[in-house]
Design a protein around this ligand. Structure first.
Ligand SMILES: [Zn+2]
Length: 613
């Protein structure tokens, strides 16, 4: 099927308000500086150096390129161009484009190529660079020829992530049909991992590392079967729905993701989720929402983007975790076996590359791609898919049109659209109806809450406004193990555990951790052993801020009544709480506490019991 919604070009979209501020924070911190401070990007084989020449530069560019263009940052655009120029210049006569010797080609894990082809499409979306089509055609044709000849096999990561090639294949097919494109698509599908056969393995954590249960592979695979829907003639999203529901049923976390530390880890609030899985799941949902035009994917996306993503990166975006936990009372190094299934002792601290450097390179795509999915081209106009402040400047029926969304959502309930049309033009403005809203009005008129878009069909002329008001009800939702989590709209709330930060500066394996790109341990300095005394939740609005995920100044909190319980620690640890409290009996009178958004709480209790009096 053809996608229901089509992405705008990067240069048609611009961030505004808090979203713009968030991108500026990102550009001024690790994402924007990685090419100066981190050897695997600075000295990569991709640009003629001797450091990693596989996934790290492509991962980083996947976020850095749209970041630079969304901010119209000429200096960073020039840096991105330098990388793309060097990569294109490294392409061999026969089309091979990855940085390795002739002898290394047959053992090169083709995931490096697959990821790069996706990045080159992103670059084209920003620049319309005419070099991209021939470069991609030659690189993928070479891939096809080598697979046919048996000199390249799709194994390891390439086998697990075969479908990521479909972004470039679909794009290439749209530029001009050639039979081998469809044949390569089929070969990849036939030789690639079949996630539908993995479902049984996702139901019980394995306690060992496998490609089939790897959390990032699973996050990518949510869209896997639908990537290239057009090439493969898919009719609907039944397969991604099935994969998504199974992952969440057996491994779901309160913040809309699933556990994996680093393979799927069940329903415990003290098992982690890797940052790469968070951004890849966001990208999967962005893709699914556009391909199938189904708003449920955007509802799910907002939950991940407004909660799981900011929670696992420091407010200044210089440091990040490898894994986050729902109930996270400390982020410290472990001196003996960590509580994670296969991750190492530093997976939970904030830092430059805790546990492994993939997330350092990959987390950069989170915010830029979210902004790019704010709007999409719909059948008869423009769709507003994700409610972040942004604008689109495009043409509809040949008329220049600008649609602006100003909002402090998810902290406020109002969306203000300003539509400017240079001359009168009729088109639809399709506004997503969030299924978790209690009520929605558009220019004062009530809209039925059901999945889908609400269409404002008008002749637009000059400047006009559309005002949307949403209401949400704060609620306690049931979690596994008879625990509860507070939610309001797309936001998840936690009891914030106050923390003391300890800076770690050191050099290891030639990689320098120096402030501001150093590591941090966070230790608790406030009480965390609580349960809900009752179901009462009161919404408290606080002053609006530039920074949407400030630790000390949340724009919205939920007032709740909590009582102390004897929760206790996980056996053998003094910095990981037990999966469930030892006792649910209240050992204090209820106290009134303001729960903060999950994304603002670095140490937190998110899943808590109802206490027994
Ligand atoms: Zn990672």
């Amino acid at each position: 099927m053809k996608p229901i919604l089509n992405a705008f070009k990067t240069y048609e979209i611009a961030p505004r308000g808090w979203m713009k501020k968030q991108l500026e924070i990102q550009a001024e911190s690790l994402s924007g500086q990685l090419y100066k401070v981190w050897r695997d990007v600075r000295d990569s084989k991709w640009i003629g150096g001797d450091a990693e020449g596989w996934e790290r530069v492509p991962y980083w560019l996947d976020g850095f390129i749209p970041l630079a263009f969304l901010l119209r940052d000429e200096e960073k655009i020039a840096v991105a161009k330098k990388y793309v120029d060097a990569i294109l210049a490294g392409q061999a006569e026969d089309g091979w484009i990855c940085p390795c010797t002739e002898e290394e080609r047959s053992s090169y894990d083709m995931w490096g190529l697959i990821l790069l082809t996706k990045v080159l499409v992103v670059w084209h979306g920003c620049t319309d660079d005419e070099r991209i089509e021939p470069a991609l055609r030659r690189a993928l044709r070479n891939f096809y020829d080598r697979m046919k000849a048996g000199t390249t096999v799709v194994d390891r990561w390439a086998k697990a992530r075969w479908f990521e090639t479909f972004f470039a294949l679909t794009w290439l097919e749209a530029q001009g049909h050639e039979d081998w494109i469809g044949e390569l698509a089929q070969m990849l599908h036939d030789g690639g991992a079949d996630y539908l056969t993995f479902e049984e393995k996702w139901k019980v954590p394995l306690n060992k590392w496998t490609f089939e249960t790897h959390v990032v592979n699973a996050a990518m695979a949510v869209k896997g079967e639908s990537a290239g829907a057009e090439l493969r003639g898919l009719k609907n999203d039944a397969i991604p729905e099935k994969i998504w529901r199974t992952l969440m049923k057996y491994n779901g976390m309160a913040a809309g993701i699933f556990t994996g530390d680093e393979c799927l880890s069940g329903l415990s609030p003290v098992q982690g989720c890797e940052l790469c899985a968070v951004v890849e799941l966001m990208f999967s949902m962005e893709t699914l929402g556009q391909v199938f035009g189904k708003t449920a994917w955007f509802d799910r996306l907002e939950k991940v983007a407004f909660n799981a993503f900011p929670a696992t990166i420091s407010e200044d975006m210089w440091s990040h975790q490898y894994v986050q936990l729902s109930n996270q009372i400390a982020c410290e190094r472990f001196w003996s076996n960590p509580p994670f299934r296969t991750n190492g002792k530093e997976a939970n601290i904030f830092g430059l590359e805790p546990n492994f450097g993939c997330c350092t390179a990959n987390f950069n795509q989170g915010w830029p791609k979210l902004v790019l999915s704010a709007f999409a081209r719909s059948a008869r106009g423009i769709a507003s898919c994700v409610f972040v402040p942004a604008e689109v400047n495009t043409e509809v029926n040949g008329v220049p049109v600008r649609v602006v969304l100003d909002t402090y959502y998810p902290y406020r309930d109002k969306l203000t659209y300003t539509v400017c049309a240079q001359s009168p033009v009729t088109f639809d403005l399709d506004i997503r109806v969030p299924a978790f809203a209690q009520t929605m009005t558009v220019d004062g008129e009530a809209v039925a809450i059901k999945r889908g878009f609400y269409t404002v069909h008008r002749e637009w002329s000059g400047e006009s406004r559309v005002e949307v008001e949403l209401t949400f009800a704060p609620k306690l939702v049931n979690r596994p193990h008879d625990l509860r989590t507070a939610e309001y709209g797309p936001l998840v709330f936690s009891l914030k555990v106050e923390n003391k930060k300890r800076m770690l500066e050191y050099v290891r394996n030639g990689v320098d951790r120096t402030f501001p790109y150093c590591d941090w341990e966070l230790s608790p300095v406030s009480e965390w052993q609580y349960g809900f005394a009752d179901g009462a939740l009161e919404v408290v609005e606080h002053e609006l801020q530039d920074s949407a995920f400030a630790e000390d100044a949340p724009m919205l909190t939920l007032r709740a009544n909590l009582a102390r319980v004897n929760w206790g620690y996980r056996d053998g640890f003094d910095n990981v709480c037990a999966k469930t409290p030892k006792s649910r009996k209240a050992i204090s009178e209820p106290i009134s506490v303001e729960l903060v958004p999950y994304g603002c709480a670095k140490l937190r209790m998110t899943e808590m019991p109802m206490v027994r009096k």
